[in-house]
Write a protein that binds this ligand. Sequence first.
Ligand code: NAD
Length: 423
Amino acid sequence: MTHLSYVNENTDAWQTYLAQIDRVAPHLGELAYYLDTLKRPKRTLIVDVPLVMDDGSIQHFEGYRVQHNLSRGPGKGGIRYHPSVDLNEVMALSAWMTIKTAVLNLPFGGAKGGVRVDPSKLSTRELERLTRRFTTEISPIIGPQKDIPAPDVGTNPNIMGWMMDTYSTTQGHTVTGVVTGKPVHLGGSLGRVRATGRGVFVTGLEAAKKINLTIENSKVVVQGFGNVGSEAAYLFNQANAQVVAVQDHTGTIFNPNGIDIKALQKYVEEHRGLAGFSGAEPIDNEALWDVEMDIFVPAALEGQITVERAKRLTAKLVLEGANGPTYPAADDILIERGVTIVPDVICNAGGVTVSYFEWVQDMASYFWTEDEINQRLDKLMIQAIADVWAMADQKSCSLRTAAYILACERILIARKERGIFPG
Ligand code: NAD
């Protein structure tokens, strides 16, 4: 299959990315000559993952690893386990990683992987076998200097531990730097689990200052209450904002006086979802979009803010914890309505930034304290959003386009200086 045939199939997420890239072209000057390099992934691997189920039957799952661009360093990006994973989605997610690592000026390219599977339907042993077989299938193209996976939706530190162990077995020695987001005892970094949510909060504070929005007593709505959404909600709650509505795959809850986030975290841990939580009222899922709010944090899946929902959203500030939550046409509507959007490629970059710190610590076999990590994370995120804001002012464009300009300049300068082999 050629690149062009599959980029035209089943297109949402990848088309969203292409539309975002096209908006940058007029700002790139002579570097636009190289822009097509970002419109196709460098390397795409599709694997079959056969799994012997606990009952002795065999099931097959389709898995992917896409390396979108490696001009600035090894591939970096998570592994998603979800029933809707497909090549189109993984391609888009890998491309957003290319942009994200460049916005943060980390020495990585962009990659992403996934398996089309519902992990909640597997036993722990089945999940481990699936992970180990998938890792073996993609091991020819991953490695600490080649491509470094991490957790994403449906995966977690334990799964990263199995990936590290499986890859190490094939190499004959322990290779901690092959994945990030590992358990701390296996070379993981302190602060990694909470880093993405922290980054959403930190960039949110910076953006709020710029638009004169006071966090205290502001109303926050969070979609997705997993790794990213629950930490962002917790930090806003700690800063005396009121988290008035939360949605996850089990439903939507609302409390106009603010939800007790610590209690909700405990409940979700025990019940694997927020349905039934007594500290708020259940509301219709679609009613989430009409709740009165100052800040909206989409932290579930892509393609959530449609044109129709963008017209209804009352938020002044949207913090994209999720990757690709806003369709380009919806982006335009929000901007026209004066809503500030901190785009995913900077807002949720806290995770990949601490993943970078984890990789550096693994290389050096020397580990930092959580305070050191959080300080370095905050510093890089604050610098990155300041750079993006300055670019947006200079070019009179949205923060998203500004982030893409900054990233594309860095990536395409690397492309230009490396040259195109064999020339
Ligand atoms: P997670 O699996 O921990 O949580 C996902 C959350 O989304 C869960 O609360 C789930 O119930 C909810 N959800 C799933 N389907 C939903 C639906 N249809 N409607 C409403 N809620 C739904 O995943 P995560 O790691 O928190 O990732 C969330 C988003 O953040 C994804 O877009 C991911 O790519 C992005 N992201 C994650 C990281 C990270 O470090 N984990 C880093 C950058 C970006």
